[in-house]
Each structure stands twice: as structure tokens, then as C-alpha cells.
Design a protein around this ligand. Structure first.
Ligand SMILES: [Zn+2]
Length: 157
């Protein structure tokens, strides 16, 4: 019996996707092979779609949706930080804008991590529930209901 982790269920497809991404990344650095790189990327996207294998978020962030070229900073893409708040006062409004140099399509990513913000919100709600639980049990149940309603409103259900 082999030792170590068992292979993922679709090992062959995973390896193929990995190879296509690596090959495309390598070929994108030279202007003579940029076309082949884009071909590999579009092949990568079609294989992931047909096999119903989701690409990881970091991989998706390096692909241009319009022309399927790999977005390598300073080589095939231009990265800038934009803040549209009044005089750039709100630091959390910083947005990373990645522009594809081939087709001009832009991608925007918030610099503030959403998971981090969620964790902070959860911490706040936990502290509020602990303070209300010391007063009465009824107050705690009402705050819990409010939280559930708030979550339902955020998901749109
Ligand atoms: Zn593009």
C-alpha cells in the first residue's frame, strides 16, 4: 500500500491544468510566443470548464478574461492602486487595478481582505452578545435574531 496522501480524484485533469498554466506563464514573457501563451490559456479555460474543475482564485487573478493572456506584472500587465474616495482619505477604499497590455481590459481587486473584515464583524457581534447575556436571557435571543436577519439580507435570501 503506498504511503502519503491519496491523489485527488481527477489527478490527470489537475496535472493538465497545472501544466497548461505553467507553460502559458513561461511563454507569456517573450513577445514572439505571446500568441501561443494565449492559446494555452484559452485551452486551460476550456478544459477547466468541460471537466468542471474550478481554478483557484490566485490563478484566476492572473488571467485576462477578454484575450486570455497571462497577466504578469510589468511585462504583460500594468498594476496601479486607485482610491476614489474624497481626496483618498479612506485607506480601505484602495483598489488594485490590473490592466492587460494586450487588450486594455482592467481587473479590480480590493486591497482589504474580505475574510478579514468578516472576522472583525464576527468579533464585534460576539462581544455584543456577551455583554447582553449578562443583563437578561431575552436580550440575547433578540440580538441573535437580528444577526440572522442581517446575514439573510447580505446573501439576498
Ligand atoms: Zn487582455
Amino acid at each position: 500500500m503506498p504511503r502519503g496522501k491519496p491523489p485527488p480524484p481527477q489527478q490527470a485533469i489537475h496535472s493538465r491544468l497545472s501544466f497548461l498554466h505553467q507553460a502559458s506563464s513561461l511563454l507569456s514573457t517573450s513577445p514572439t510566443t505571446a500568441g501561443l501563451s494565449r492559446y494555452y490559456t484559452s485551452h486551460l479555460l476550456s478544459v477547466s470548464k468541460k471537466s468542471v474543475q474550478r481554478l483557484s482564485t490566485p490563478v484566476k487573478h492572473t488571467l485576462c478574461k477578454r484575450c486570455s493572456s497571462i497577466l504578469v506584472p510589468a511585462i504583460t500587465s500594468t498594476t496601479t492602486i486607485e482610491n476614489k474616495s474624497k481626496n483618498g482619505r479612506k485607506r480601505w477604499a484602495d483598489v488594485v487595478v490590473v490592466e492587460c497590455r494586450y487588450c486594455g481590459k482592467t481587473k479590480r481587486f480590493p486591497t482589504v481582505d474580505r475574510e478579514e473584515v468578516k472576522a472583525k464583524k464576527e468579533k464585534k457581534t460576539i462581544t455584543t452578545t456577551t455583554t447582553t447575556s449578562t443583563t437578561t436571557a431575552n436580550a440575547t435571543t433578540t440580538t441573535m435574531r437580528e444577526e440572522v436577519d442581517g446575514d439573510a439580507a447580505m446573501t439576498g435570501t
